[in-house]
Design a protein around this ligand. Structure first.
Ligand code: SDX
Length: 431
């Protein structure tokens, strides 16, 4: 740590102490406030953590003003073009791109763990036939800890590694089973001859009655979606995984907590909400009305897929997905889908509107991802499940990094109390 400091002064100009400044390898420095309460008997106040760095991490870097995203120093644009989801999983978990042998071995390990215990298949039968696949996935992932007592010692690196592999490998199976159950169709076992994304699409859409061949264009588009959603610094669900994991709970419970947080429409649930919004908007002629609603303080309506806590320029993932969307729709001869046309027109109108310009509201990753998923035939209620599938790699990498951090302790924020001051109990007859 360098010797840069920030000095605190009272309104009368008396020095109240100094706080160390810590420099990162890239991006903003931080003010170390760990001893602030000891020095001043005060807390920092930052609801929503707009200005708070909750941890030190070397996994993912985002520059919200430049619209940049890096996994372990590699730009998302390059990974999207040249990498695969499993290669990105290896990168996020281990910090370096794998050589050919290491990648081959990692792919084999993941492939070997794609099956789930047969008893887990019976879990699904306890769910209502029309349960949301996120509800099913959340429940099943949390219950995985009931099956892996042999590897939930979080202080044992080998246990952490096998749990990471099991989660990455089994999420597509659990996700596809969640869909098959709600469709009343037989579950399709993983086919270990297929690649990761191809295997997922096969488990989603194949059935015993006929031979199903996954379209390689669709498999590549799915792999791109997974790459772009794999990690994203300390977002709400990742922070949830870290906070849950900081109590020492097992990896499956921590990841289930992340799935629960991701489900919200302000976070991962936005990709499903975007399509519902575009379907509600319907024609291009209605767009202006919805943009006006989104600007009105009297109306709680927001344009789903727009805005971001960090990106105040553009979400680099949205640009990549938008281009891939064009290419996929072209290759599937579905270019003039009304939904895609409405999305393009909505983006054009919003980006020219003063309110959106002033509030720096640009399309985020969720704005176009739903359109690709819809073009792939993925049902709406599976969109966030796919986001959770992708983000499992980032969650487990961040969880493991937290456990390796010597500064790590149980997360326990404080508060600004504005409730009743201490007062004596009043007998019921005197109230
Ligand atoms: C993801 O954090 C991550 O990294 C998340 C994520 C990841 O990969 O993990 O990138 C994935 O969650 C992307 C975001 C998906 N959510 C949506 O698309 C839902 C719609 N967006 C908004 O709900 C909102 O923009 C958030 C939640 C994304 C960001 O909210 P902030 O940063 O807390 O911003 P805010 O709510 O304080 O809004 C600031 C202003 C407000 O106006 P004022 O009160 O200041 O006048 O901008 C307005 C808001 O009303 N605003 C919007 C808007 N988003 C913000 N107005 C209309 N439409 C919107 N979408």
């Amino acid at each position: 740590m360098g010797d840069k400091k920030i000095f605190l002064y009272s309104t009368e100009g008396e020095e109240q102490g100094a706080l160390p400044v810590i420099e990162g390898s890239y991006g903003p420095d931080v003010i170390d406030v760990q001893n602030l309460h000891e020095q001043t008997e005060m807390f920092t106040f930052d609801p929503g953590y707009l200005s708070t760095a909750s941890c030190e991490s070397s996994i993912t870097y985002i520059d919200g003003d430049k619209g940049e995203l890096y996994y372990r120093g590699y730009a998302i644009e390059e990974l999207a073009k040249q990498s695969s989801y499993l290669e990105c999983c290896y990168l996020l978990l281990n910090g370096e791109l794998p050589g050919a042998d290491a990648l081959g071995e990692f792919e084999m390990i993941i492939t070997e763990h794609t099956m789930v215990n047969e008893a887990i298949r019976r879990f699904y039968e306890g769910m209502r036939y029309d349960a949301h696949p996120m509800a099913i996935t959340l429940g099943v992932v949390g219950a995985l800890s009931a099956f892996y007592h042999d590897s939930i010692d979080i202080r044992n690196p080998k246990h952490r590694t096998i749990s990471a592999h099991r989660l990455i490998a089994k999420m597509p199976t659990i996700a596809a089973y969640s869909y098959k159950y709600t469709m009343g169709q037989p579950f399709m076992y993983p086919n270990n001859q297929l690649g990761y994304s191809e295997n997922f699409l096969h488990m989603m859409f194949a059935n015993p009655a006929f031979e199903y061949k996954v379209n390689p264009v669709a498999a590549r588009a799915m792999d791109l979606i997974l790459i772009l959603h794999a990690d994203h610094e300390q977002n709400a669900s990742t922070s949830t995984v870290r906070l849950a994991g900081s109590s020492g709970t097992n990896p499956f419970a921590s990841i289930a907590a992340g799935i629960a947080s991701l489900w919200g429409p302000a976070h991962g649930g936005a990709n499903e909400a975007v399509i519902r919004m575009l379907e509600e908007i319907g024609t291009k002629e209605s767009i202006v009305h919805y943009v006006e609603r989104a600007k009105s303080k009297e109306d709680s309506f927001r344009l789903m897929g727009f805005g971001h806590r960090v990106y105040k320029n553009h979400d680099p993932r949205a640009r990549i997905i938008r281009k891939a969307c064009y290419e996929l729709l072209d290759s599937l001869n579905e270019r003039d889908t009304p939904l895609f046309e409405t999305a393009l027109e909505l983006e054009r109108i919003a980006l020219e509107d003063d309110y959106f310009i002033e509030h720096k509201l640009y399309p985020n990753v969720d704005f176009y991802s739903g359109l690709i998923l819809k073009a792939l035939g993925i049902p709406l209620n599976m969109f966030t499940v796919i986001f959770a599938m992708a983000r499992t790699a980032g969650w487990i990498a961040q969880w493991s990094e937290m456990l390796d951090d010597p500064a790590q302790r149980i997360g326990r924020p404080r508060q600004l109390y504005t409730g009743a001051t201490p007062r004596p109990y009043v007998e019921i007859g005197e109230r």
